[in-house]
Ligand binder design. Structure first.
Ligand SMILES: Nc1ncnc2c1ncn2[C@@H]1O[C@H](COP(=O)(O)OP(=O)(O)OP(=O)(O)O)[C@@H](O)[C@H]1O
Length: 675
């Protein structure tokens, strides 16, 4: 669905918004503008030479004229001057391109990097609310429009306007009557241009938004291609896509027709006027009020003016589209970074530079100024309340007073019926979401008081929906590894040791059997892995971060019971000192925890060991019975087909012959790991 467009920003505000991208490029832009201006003025000088040329020829040809000593010389001089002016015009056009194209590309690049950085900083709630295609079109198409406008539209709009003004002055110098006639054509054009601006701006905004929606549809259907195929919904998806594409086509056609109507006016009116001007001009020559040279120069000047006059509509259209692109860009750039580092930290200062608006939550929170608390792994939720921003105002908060404390090194399972808010609760720990009220504490300090990078160094998270990037297993696993371990490269002995430990703990040793071992490309553009294998790589990634607090949001759900037992067993061994909060559905996971917390009706209903809760909590027994049924069916499945065996067969088939080149490494990661 098309996002509701916000009110167009006033021009000054929009220009201020993109001013940071223009720093350092203004000088070249001005030089380019001057070159373009010079080219325009040289073009206007050409008719003046024509006037001299024609008058010279007519003077020589007139009966009874004494003539100059060498009549041909004047013609040759004028012709030579014309050629030189032509060359000068070409040179100035080249200089315009030379000066302006690189800075325009620079602006595009800066804006693109800024929006990408912004997208990384914006909270998960923002990404939940915005369609990916809208963000894609803002980071791609809109910025290409901006580049074209800076490189061409903005310059030519100034140059063509100046050319028109200077050209009109010259026309008045040649003949005020003819100039006035030409000017008459401009009045209806100016009146029409006001209506044109409103219509074209609306059409332009609609088409850019619809292009974003179309990108979202393509992205979704590519991601969901298996579901579409499995349910035979390809033709329906195509119909939906065709509908959206036709809507966009309709908008584009409407946009083009608005522009075409305006352009036809700007082209036809001056042409009509020129017909009348020819008659009037000949009359003025006949009565001796105008020289033939001046009449020729008048038409040569109007020919030079034709391009700017005709182009002004196009340039206005381009300017309006660029303005829409800036509005759309700033819409994203001005979304408050609700989850921000506290004031006073480097990250917060960077945030202030990019004009971010920190949330009141971040501003109100205490700031760690006297050093950070020592790492211990203590985790506590104190009267935590959370409500999603888009939840109805009068609804009960999803979390309505959660109190829970984990001691350092403890493994606690969090259980609750589906939709009770488990995933939401655990996302509050690394601040993927921020509490509405109450406090989440790590090592006795409010998580909002930590610089984000420090908090996320202490807390690591793995999700049920394991997102892997288009990169090697090695790069995926060591993504969040401590900087000191990877300082000498991802294949240094220390990094290798951590990689091995993480893979072994997560029971992800299968990665070594992939075609190029741990250097095999996986993810969207690499080798496809099974759900369980993906989860284990994602778990290895969380382990390799060596956190004090490990949050696991049901990351073992796709594993068979035996593999899950092996993983949790090793996890307890390797991460003996790490506090672990694990969202669990199955008794097999719960049984391995020191204690279990039951989340019900937005609060912690009970906490105890598995055995204690079984004995005293009916709610717990009900939750666990459902999980047990799942366990039994998974155990059966596990006996029937084991992931790794299936993979071994698949990779044997996919293994390249000895000496074959491995796929290119280091393709950029495309998406944040969010639920
Ligand atoms: N981004 C969001 N915006 C609004 N509501 C949301 C959002 N994400 C989740 N919810 C709602 O919050 C509730 C709790 O979701 P959550 O994923 O935390 O539950 P859960 O206990 O982890 O469920 P499950 O066991 O099925 O994974 C659900 O009703 C869900 O619809």
């Amino acid at each position: 669905m098309t996002r509701t467009a916000t009110r167009p920003l006033p021009l000054r505000e929009a220009l201020q918004g993109v001013a940071p991208y223009l720093q350092g490029v203004r000088g070249r832009w001005v030089l380019g503008l001057l070159s373009a201006m010079a080219a325009g003025l040289v073009a206007l000088a050409i008719p003046q030479v024509v006037q001299v040329l024609v008058n010279t020829v007519f003077a020589e040809a007139a009966p009874g004229t004494a003539g100059t000593a060498d009549p041909a010389a004047g013609v040759w001089w004028a012709a030579g001057a014309l050629a030189l002016l032509g060359l000068a015009e070409a040179l100035f056009i080249w200089l315009r391109r030379f000066f302006i194209l690189p800075p325009a590309a620079d602006v595009e690049n800066r804006a693109r990097i800024s929006i990408y950085r912004r997208l990384q900083r914006l909270p998960v709630a923002f990404h939940d609310a915005w369609a990916s295609g809208q963000l894609l079109s803002r980071a791609q198409g809109d910025l290409a429009l901006l580049r074209r406008w800076i490189a061409f539209g903005s310059v030519m709009l100034v140059v063509e306007s100046v050319t028109i003004v200077v050209g009109l002055v010259l026309l008045f110098v040649m003949s005020w009557q003819l100039a006035l006639l030409y000017l008459v054509a401009a009045v209806p054009i100016m009146i029409r241009s006001f209506r044109f601006r409103t219509d074209f701006r609306a059409a332009s905004r609609l088409s850019q938004d619809q292009a974003g929606d179309l990108a979202t549809t393509v992205e979704e259907s590519v991601h969901g291609i298996r579901v579409l195929k499995a349910f035979g919904r390809g033709p329906d998806a195509l119909d939906g896509f065709r509908g959206e594409a036709e809507t966009l086509q309709g908008t584009e056609v409407h946009k083009a027709s608005v522009l075409a109507k305006f352009i036809s006016l700007t082209v036809s009116l001056p042409e009509l006027v020129l017909g009348v001007a020819l008659g009037l001009g000949l009359y003025l020559v006949a009565v001796g009020d105008l020289t033939v040279g001046a009449l020729a120069a008048y038409f040569a000047t109007t020919a030079v003016l034709a391009r700017p006059v005709e182009g002004v509509g196009q340039l206005m259209g381009m300017t309006l589209s660029a303005k829409t692109a800036i509005d759309r860009h700033l819409e994203v750039m001005r979304v408050p970074v609700a989850v921000a580092s506290p004031a006073g930290t480097d990250a917060a200062e960077e945030e202030a530079t990019s004009r971010a608006v920190a949330s009141s939550a971040a501003e109100d929170s205490p700031v760690v100024t006297d050093g950070l608390p020592p790492s211990s792994g203590r985790l506590a939720f104190r009267d935590v309340v959370f409500r999603y921003p888009d939840a109805p105002e009068d609804s009960r908060p999803l979390l309505a007073g959660v109190d829970l404390e984990l001691t350092p090194g403890e493994t606690m399972a969090l259980v609750g019926v589906t939709g009770s808010g488990k995933s939401t609760l655990v996302q509050l720990v690394p601040r993927l979401l921020d509490v509405t009220a109450g406090v989440v504490e790590v090592d006795g300090t409010d998580v909002r008081a930590y610089p984000l990078d420090e908090l996320r160094r202490r807390v690591s998270i793995a999700f049920e929906d394991a997102t892997l990037f288009s990169d090697t297993v090695r790069a995926n696993v060591l993504l969040g590894a401590p900087a000191e371990v990877t300082a000498d490269g991802l294949d240094s002995p220390r990094a290798q040791a951590l990689l091995d430990l993480a893979l072994d703990t997560a029971q992800a040793g299968f990665a070594r059997d992939l075609p190029v071992g741990v250097d095999t490309e996986i993810g969207e553009e690499g080798l496809s892995l099974s759900g369980g294998q993906r989860q284990r790589i994602a778990l290895a990634r969380a382990i390799a971060a060596r956190p004090d607090v490990l949050v696991l949001d049901d990351p073992l759900s796709a594993l068979d019971v035996r593999t899950e037992e092996a993983v949790t067993g090793r996890l307890r061994e390797v991460l003996a000192g790490t506090t672990t909060l694990i969202v669990a559905h199955r008794p097999s996971t719960v049984a391995l925890a020191d204690r279990v917390a039951v989340l019900q009706d937005g609060a912690i209903h009970d906490v105890g060991t598995h055995a204690e809760l079984l004995a005293r909590s009916a709610a717990y027994r009900e939750i666990i019975t459902t999980g047990a049924a799942e366990d039994r069916s998974l155990a059966g499945l596990a006996d029937a087909a084991h992931d790794d065996a299936a993979l071994a067969a698949a990779t044997d088939a996919a293994r390249p012959p000895a000496g074959a080149a491995r796929p290119p490494a280091g393709r950029t990661a495309g998406r944040e790991e969010t639920r």
